[in-house]
Structure formats: C-alpha cells, structure tokens
Design a protein around this ligand. Structure first.
Ligand code: BGP
Length: 460
C-alpha cells in the first residue's frame, strides 16, 4: 500500500433523503419544495422524472445497507427529510417517519456502519416555503424545533450530526440563478436567505450542546470551490478574492470562525445589500461554531477581473465583481460541465489548516457524474475506470494534505447508488452501484469493488 490513510479513516458515501428515499407521498410525508415544484412544473425536470420514486431506499434500505457493508463502508451519510419527520414543517412528529429512520439507523449500526446524519439537504417543507422559507425568520425557529426533535429521537445512536448540506446552493438556485424553487433573481433576498441559514445553523449547534450526546459532534457540510485568479495582476487577484468571499467565506467563516469577513460586510453595505439582523445574532454566531466540517469538492472556480464595469442600474449580482474564465488545457467532466482539478482538494485542506484552526474535516462529497454508463458494460458490469481514476487522483492529494498535517479524517463519494438529482434526474450517474430505474435492480460497478479494497487496506 503506497497511500496509507490514518487509522479509523472514514470510508463511505453520501446521499440525501429526497434523492434516494422515494415514497414521497407515503408514510405520512408532507410535501417539500421539490414535490411541489415537480407538481406545478414537471417540464423543468429532466425527462419529466420527479422525486416520487427515485431509488426507493424507503423500501429497499435493508438490501442497500447490505451492499454498503459489502463494499467496505464504515460510515454513511444520509439526511432526514424534514417534511417526512414533521410533515407541515412544525408541530407533530410523524411516527411512521420515526420508525423508518430508526430502522435505517439500527440496520446501519448492526452492519458496523456509522451513520452521519444531516438535517437539511435542499428540502424545505412546502408549508414553510409558502411562509417565505428561509427569508422568514420564523422558519429558523421551526428548523430549531425540528433539529431538537431529531437529536432527541436519534441522538442515542447517532453521534455525528450536520446542520446543512451546501447551504449556499438554495441561495444560488432559488434566488440568483434559477435552478431551485422559488426560482427568483433577487440578490437582496438571496442575502437574507443566506443569513438566516447561518443563524439557523448556529441555533441548531446551540441546541445540540444541550443534549449531551455521547461523543457527539456537530458540523456543517460546505461545497468549497477554491477560487483561482487568471493571473497575479491585482485586478484578477481582487476578483478572485471577492468570488471567494461570496461563494466560500460567506458560510465558512461564520460556521468555523464565528464571524463574517469584514470585507464581505463592507461590500454588501456599500451596495445596500445587508440583511436584516436581530440583537444578539453576532454573539450567537460567535459562540456556536461547528466541531467538524464536511467538504464537498467537485470543481474549482477560475476567475478574472471584469473587462467592463457593471451597469449600476442593473440588479446587484456577485458577477458585478468578477468574470469566470476557462483555463486553457483544463481537464473537464464533459457530462456535468465541471472542471476536474484534483489539487483543489489539497488547496482546500491547506487553507483550513492555515486559516481555520485546522478544524477536523473530511471530504463529504466528491464524485463524477457520467451519462449513459450502460455503454461501459462488459461482463455484466459497468467498467467505470474513469471513476476509479477520478477518486484515486483526488485521494492522492488528500493523502498529501494529511501528510502535511491537515486534519482530514475521511472520504465519502457522491454517491452510494445512482440517484435522482434535483433537475437532472438520472442523467448523470454518480454511484458505486448502478440502479435500473425501471426495475430498481442494483448492480455493483467496478469502482465498488475497487473501493472495497481501498477501504479494507485503508489505502491503495
Ligand atoms: C451536490 C449535492 C448533491 C448532488 C451532487 C451532484 O451539490 O449536494 O445533492 O446532487 O452535488 O450534483 P448534480 O446532481 O447536480 O450533478
């Protein structure tokens, strides 16, 4: 074994409730924004496939957990569906949901797989969205009640908790770039949503501390996109720094350091975009930083200075301050349109070590979505050597970061099995396990066997 990882390293994969459970109208689940959006605008979704059935984990979790075990998972990330646990978003807990999540957690533990449980993965209950979703401060209170219910119900067996997955994505998707409900373009509202999620996360951390969960750790999962300037000239560097402020530090700094970067506050102030706050918020954020950081890493951000000044009468957007640029010769995942830059994982980790107190972290998502994987079938198996190479090259950089003292403790692939994605449905497949969406039959891909070896040897 050339690349050996630290003892106890977490090998596993990540999922989210809406993407794998299916049973969207079963077991007393309430509607969330995805059910609703699909209902009113199914044409927005790839091949008109919605969130009702997805990969049917709700009914097949036993079989799936068996497969996790088989391919060497010692940890697994899932999320709780808020609208399943508390159908209207606040009030009564749904007993069918309690039974389901209890069963899943118990089954994982019986197979020596530690569940990592995330509370919010893009799935706002519809009733609360009708009240304004994260724009409405009252929804923050509802979230805290939901978080408490989850800690209370499952905290006896789950010790690793996460408040949010990629909280910036609903901000971008719902309020800036049109890929989540409510699908508006309004930076002021985007900033308010972002701010309230930061508050919601800090309040959930605060609540968590009251529960005395054995070995309990609470974290947040952020999609970090390291920002690289086109050149070292000051204008490019500044553009890159601002992109970093908007897309990484707006969540990373409050969650880990307990405060917003001053430069970001100043920039928003200057442009009249500051959110509404309440007395005590600053202290709340300061006191309730996370124990652990999940890092989702897919792609870097390449940035150059703007060539033309933005029209000051056009609506405020982050893109007022930078342009994206395509690095010549870059490696691409053509299916998803994302650059592949393995060293990004190392740069993120070094940044966490140097500027974020070397907080305990792990790679909570990394992966490669590929279209039409059936064409790679040989001997009844998808020969996804491209995925093996993708994972291996990222792991090499992660290994190097760890050798240099970074506090990274695991690697989770996005994702365990092919599953439904927000608007691309089953177009890009990411799983170790292939899912036939007509029959729901599961088949291991070549990468699954490879990963089993890696996990067994704690390296490769
Ligand atoms: C992350 C999300 C996941 C997942 C993944 C792949 O941003 O946390 O939920 O979907 O990206 O991206 P996509 O499905 O859009 O190709």
């Amino acid at each position: 074994v050339q690349y050996k990882f630290p003892e106890g390293f977490w090998w596993g994969s990540a999922t989210s409730a809406t993407q794998i459970e299916g049973a969207a109208n079963e077991g007393g689940k309430g509607k969330n924004i995805w059910d609703y959006w699909y209902e009113i605008e199914s044409n927005r979704f790839f091949e008109n496939i919605g969130p009702e059935v997805t990969s049917d984990f709700y009914h097949r979790y036993k079989e799936d957990i068996k497969l996790m075990k088989e391919i060497g998972h010692n940890t697994f990330r899932m999320s709780i569906s808020w609208a399943r646990l508390i159908p209207g978003g606040r009030g009564e807990v749904n007993q069918d949901a309690v039974t389901f999540y209890n069963n899943v957690i118990d089954e994982l533990l019986a197979n020596d797989i530690e569940p990592f449980v995330n509370l919010f993965h893009f799935d706002m209950p519809m009733e609360l969205q009708h009240e304004g979703g994260w724009e409405n401060r009252k929804v923050v209170d509802a979230f805290v009640e939901y978080a408490k219910a989850a800690f209370e119900l499952f905290g006896d067996r789950v010790s690793k908790w996460f408040t949010f997955n990629e909280p910036i994505v609903p901000v971008e998707g719902g309020y800036l770039y049109n890929f989540h409900y409510p699908n508006v373009v309004d930076a002021k509202r985007a900033v308010q949503v972002a701010y309230h999620t930061v508050i919601a996360s800090a309040k959930a951390v605060e609540a968590f501390r009251e529960f005395n969960i054995a070995n309990g750790k609470i974290g947040i999962i952020l999609n970090l996109t390291p920002s690289y300037p086109r050149s070292n000239n000051p204008a490019d560097m500044k553009a890159s720094r601002i992109a970093d402020l908007f897309f990484n530090r707006s969540f990373l700094d409050p969650a880990v350091l307990g405060e917003y970067p001053l430069e970001l506050i100043e920039l928003l102030r200057e442009h009249g975009q500051l959110p509404e706050t309440q007395p005590g918020d600053k202290e709340l954020i300061k006191l309730n930083t996370v124990d652990i950081l999940g890092v989702n890493y897919y792609q870097p951000r390449r940035v150059k200075a703007k060539e033309t000044l933005p029209n000051p009468y056009s609506p405020f957007m982050p893109e007022w301050f930078f342009d994206h640029y395509e690095m010549p010769g870059r490696k691409m995942n053509v299916y998803r349109g994302w650059e592949i830059y393995e060293k990004g994982i190392y740069d993120i980790m070094i940044n966490l070590k140097e500027n974020y107190g070397n907080i305990e972290s792990f790679i909570s998502e990394n992966g490669m979505g590929v279209q039409d994987e059936q064409r790679f079938i040989q001997d009844d198996e998808i020969q996804d050597d491209y995925r093996i190479e993708f994972i291996r090259e990222h792991l090499k950089w992660l290994h190097r970061a760890i050798e240099e003292g970074c506090n990274a403790n695991g690697y989770h692939l996005w994702t365990f099995m092919d599953n439904w994605s927000w608007s691309n449905a089953y177009k890009n497949r990411y799983g170790f396990i292939s899912v036939n969406i007509e029959t729901q039959e599961r088949t291991l891909k070549k990468s699954a066997h490879w990963f089993e070896e890696v996990s067994k040897n704690n390296g490769f």
